[in-house]
Design a binder for this molecule. Sequence first.
Ligand code: NAD
Length: 473
Amino acid sequence: MIHDVATEAATMQREDEVVSTSPQRPDDVVLRVDAASPQQVGRAVDAARVAQREWASLPAAQRGAVLQRVALALAAQSETAAVLVVREVGKPIDEARAEVARAVAILDYFAQQALDPDGETLPSSDGRSLLMARRLPRGVVGLIAPWNFPLAIPTWKLAPALAFGNAVVLKPSPLSPACAEFLGGLLAAHLPHGVFSVVHGGATAGEALVGSVDAVSFTGSGATGRRVAALGFEAGIPVQAEMGGQNAAIVLPDAGVEAAARSIAGAAMGYAGQKCTATSRVVVVGDVAGFTDALCAAVEALRVGDPAEPGVAVGPVISGAAHEAVVSAVSAARGRGGRVVCGGAAGDDGPGHFVAPTLLDGLPASDDLNQREVFGPLATLLPASTIDAAVEIANGVAQGLVTSVYTADLALALSLPARLHCGLVRINAPSTGVDLHAPFGGERGSGIGPREQGKAARDFYTTLRTVTVAPPL
Ligand code: NAD
């Protein structure tokens, strides 16, 4: 069991170290590594600053070629990487393989993006001067990452950062240090010394990083993101913060019931609901009882168990603390009148941090469970009398990451993005996932700063320098 003495002894850690354990077998210590002191973070940034000048002076095609070689190296070790992701964060193997493939594709994509236009020329007012706006690297970029996509998220930050000539210091989550070390090893084999490094630790190392770099890209929870943004503002550096969601799926009366239910069940419960884009609220217009039955059947059809087994959709949650947070959120919601329509129990799949996928109804849209992100295999059902009421419920949270809509009426569907206050709208598609070459990010409480991924990434990882070259006087 997670709280027994043997497990605690195996995973005991000093304050200056990071220890990751496997969520499905908590006595399996994946990596024990020293946390970086603020001074060590400062030294990593200093080394990056020196290395960045030479890296930025390379032709863009050479930087792209390095990323291409890293992509090939990762592809060659893709199964090793996927198995490590399963072991360290409990991601089901099918999704872990997809995450590695995505990281390879991201590296390939930004290897090409390095060759995209790096600015524009403008007509000058005197008609004789050359007026240009040039995209130049920011310098040393600090990346602060969560544990839930331990390869893909660092990669979708580091690939554009490096492609456009920055040096990078990554501070991964203390829950996924081994995945970061794996990535760091691949990069170190291909990059000049100092251009990319990893510093481990929690808030202390993270805050030291924010205080010493030229820009910070953060992904994680809302509370931490707002703290990082405030620190970055104080330090006078650009900050990009991608944070949590409280995402709705709206089911309209003309939607295909079984297919919509399967799609929503996967989006809500896959990877134990631990995606920022997971569906947490299912807003049903029309036959609520009929859809509830279909959704329960789809949730119960998902395989829960050892994430190393192909076909398993729901593994454990990341930690004992996460397990406790999910179980207590369900029990508190029951106390407020919530009804568990399926699941609701702590899992009994061995010693890991398993929770049964759980659906609740009977809670108002304003209820705590419908307002905050719990980050577990939990979703609520909410009836709405009209489409307008459904949109109001979907928008009625502080977050604004993604909303799904299931309907056969494409004209209606196309009118909804303008009314939904979120960064991503997915019609007849699960809330989870979007193509890697499309801009990704949230609005309101879910995102601060420019979007990540796709061509939008250049906005954050470069600065614009306006240059006027007049003829010699
Ligand atoms: P978290 O906020 O606990 O930690 C994120 C990172 O911030 C970690 O590396 C952590 O060590 C670091 N950190 C903690 N305190 C800090 C501080 N004071 N200063 C600087 N760094 C600090 O988040 P988590 O539990 O690792 O990840 C889960 C959260 O991430 C969820 O809320 C999820 O929705 C969100 N998420 C968002 C996206 C997105 O793109 N919008 C993607 C994945 C995950």
